[in-house]
Design a binder for this molecule. Structure first.
Ligand code: AMP
Ligand code: ZN
Length: 138
């Protein structure tokens, strides 16, 4: 498979690794949103949050917490981002969590969106539909 992150896992292409365990690696993003931007990825290829096992996702979230705590020693805040699908801005189709250092006045436009409004009675339709899907989802 032609996956750039699988190649980083196998060591075929280099990366600035900061952390590793049996399930995952964490390394610096080569084109960072801010300096120190880390990616946390599973060693086993999966495309999105939906096709990754609960066990591996648990390991990833524990590592994301660890990396966040490390970055918070040098920075005021962090954003944790995770894109699934082209429409959501996913460019590399190997699951990854972004942990992005944030500081006041850094000018980054992350996690700021123009809020939409529900029409009267519309929010309950979304509530019902999502609850129905959740009942059918394992
Ligand atoms: P996304 O848009 O969520 O798929 O983000 C993919 C991220 O992977 C981007 O922030 C890229 O800068 C980063 N990236 C792509 N190739 C490499 C690489 N070889 N080493 C480190 N980061 C990479
Ligand atoms: Zn991969």
């Amino acid at each position: 498979m032609d996956c750039i992150f699988c190649k980083i896992v196998s060591g075929d292409i280099p990366a600035s690794k900061v952390y590793e365990d049996k399930d995952l690696i964490a390394f610096l993003d080569i084109a960072p949103a801010s300096k120190g931007h880390v990616l946390v990825i599973p060693k086993k290829h999966s495309e999105s949050i939906a096709d990754t096992s609960e066990r591996v996702l648990s390991s990833l979230s524990i590592a994301v917490r660890k990396v966040s705590k490390a970055l918070l020693k040098d920075n005021e805040g962090v954003n944790v981002l995770q894109n699934n699908g082209k429409a959501a801005g996913q460019l590399v189709n190997h699951l990854h969590f972004h942990v992005i250092p944030r500081n006041s006045g850094d000018g980054l436009e992350i996690a700021h969106w123009h809020a939409k409004k529900y029409a009267d009675g519309e929010i309950i339709q979304f509530q019902d539909r999502i609850k129905k899907h959740l009942k059918e989802t394992r």
